[in-house]
Design a binder for this molecule. Sequence first.
Ligand code: SF4
Ligand code: SF4
Length: 382
Amino acid sequence: MCGLCLPHCPTFNRLGTESHSPRGRIALARALEQKPALADDRSVREALESCLQCRACESICPAHVQYGAIIEGARAQLAKARAPSVESRALIFASEHAALSAHALGVAGGLVRALRVPGKRARLLAMAQTPIPLSASSDASALLFVGCVSRSFESSAQSDLLAVARSLKLDLVAAKQQACCGAIQRHLGDSHGAQMAANANRERFASMHTRTIVSMDSGCIQALRQSMEAPTEVVEACQWLLRFEAQWTQALPEFQPPQRIGIFTPCTHRGLGNESGAVSALLGRISKLEVIPITAGFGCCGSAGPHLLAHPDAANAYAAPIIDQIRRLKLDAVVTTNVGCAVHLRERIAAAGLHRHRPPHTELPIKHPVAFLTAALGLKRS
Ligand code: SF4
Ligand code: SF4
């Protein structure tokens, strides 16, 4: 009840009400447990469903209150009381059938691009690409975790990382034996689905040779770490590449074109603790990249798993100060390490008409940091 977490909560920062703070939501979750009929109360639902599940409050709490588990329990109770929305059902289906949905999204994205379908949802879908092929190999020393949504929305970044690994002769494969991390199910209050995804991954990875899982998405990393057991480690991609920096720094050509890069650190990446420095460390090794942190906003871009689809206006309000700062910084690119943030901010950048500061003044790109290493090393994707 100390309230120390309140200034770290994006929803409290934006809305300023106790019911939109971690402390208020804990009180509501307790009340809901005692009186399940409260699930039908509109203001209770709204307060609990508007939580972005960034868990900034949990990281800062001096009493180590397990807020993540509390909100997951409350969301599960809300989910029991009401039939899931069309978006929720579609997202759960997509995460449970990761391979099928990745290919379907890739085809749908191509169609939307070709037909130039207007509207925000169409602009989001247009970013889906053909997923990378997965390998039948199960004896590599490191596995690239491809996720469900990321598989189609971040396939170029995944391809970049595999290209870097190949050039450095690192044994990294995107193996077929993997399921969704379960983060989307947790957001939607489907704790059974999240547990099934965690069990599937734990069993599949235990049968493989690999003990290192490399993920490019901070949201997946949080969820995977909750489900994996030692000795299997889940490593963020930039952190993993820094383990081999002696190999790639000597392969970097002397001349690199100067670029001004803004780093947007997702709230899920901040939640990984001191690991968030790996992105600027990696970019900092590539000479001529000027790296600037993007710090504006309420503490979250508003993407937050299914929040972007369920509450598009609120998601835009969370992104607005971030887009303003990006505009003021006069950048050549933005980097981020979460697929949800990348898709949301890319759409907001397009809607705001932001362009690269330097020629050719094309639309300001938002990329995964690994893309800069691939480009600096002059590598071709597969
Ligand atoms: S969750 Fe932790 S930091 Fe927040 S009010 Fe409770 S005890 Fe204080
Ligand atoms: S998880 Fe994030 S949005 Fe939800 S209460 Fe905690 S800090 Fe606020």
